[in-house]
Design a protein around this ligand. Structure first.
Ligand code: 5GP
Length: 141
């Protein structure tokens, strides 16, 4: 393995342990999904396996397979909830590729024809807005 090792104190590990709050929209035995606090568009969700891995490069393939099924479920719910034209799914590996939190996660972001995305890790959204967006998505699950 050429990447650095997993840090148990990364922010998503803390969210998974319930030490930091999040606007959770989905959870099963292996996977969790919650609202991104700095959404690149309204309805920006992060989907994570619960098992620790730094990113895609060191993830257990079985875990990855389970995670992508949830990504599909969330992508459909987000598209419906936000009446989007499309859905952007992306995932960064290591800082050179744009990764800033080192627990594997997939971004699920509604997209509209002719509307640009806001910057990655940009402005922090209000809690009330994130809560309302989470409700909208959960209503489609
Ligand atoms: P990446 O590691 O793929 O570059 O992105 C990490 C994502 O996590 C960013 O989109 C950022 O807005 C989001 N993020 C960073 N800290 C927190 C946090 O404490 N809670 C939540 N829900 N999202 C976060």
């Amino acid at each position: 393995m050429t990447s650095a090792s997993y840090d148990n104190n990364n922010i998503f590990a803390k969210i998974l342990r319930g030490e930091i709050p999040s606007h959770r929209i989905y959870e099963d035995n292996d996977t969790i999904a919650f609202m991104d606090v700095m959404p690149q568009a309204p309805g920006h969700v992060l989907v994570l396996p619960k098992a620790p891995s730094r990113n895609l490069l060191d993830a257990d393939p079985v875990v990855l397979a389970k995670t992508i099924l949830v990504v599909q479920k969330i992508a459909n719910a987000v598209k419906e909830a936000f009446d989007a034209d499309g859905v952007f799914v992306c995932q960064f590996n290591e800082p050179a590729a744009g990764q800033t939190v080192f627990h594997l996660h997939f971004h699920v972001i509604p997209r509209y024809e002719g509307t640009a995305l806001r910057p990655h890790s940009g402005r922090m959204e209000d809690n009330a807005v994130l809560a309302a967006h989470a409700e909208k998505i959960m209503a489609e699950l």
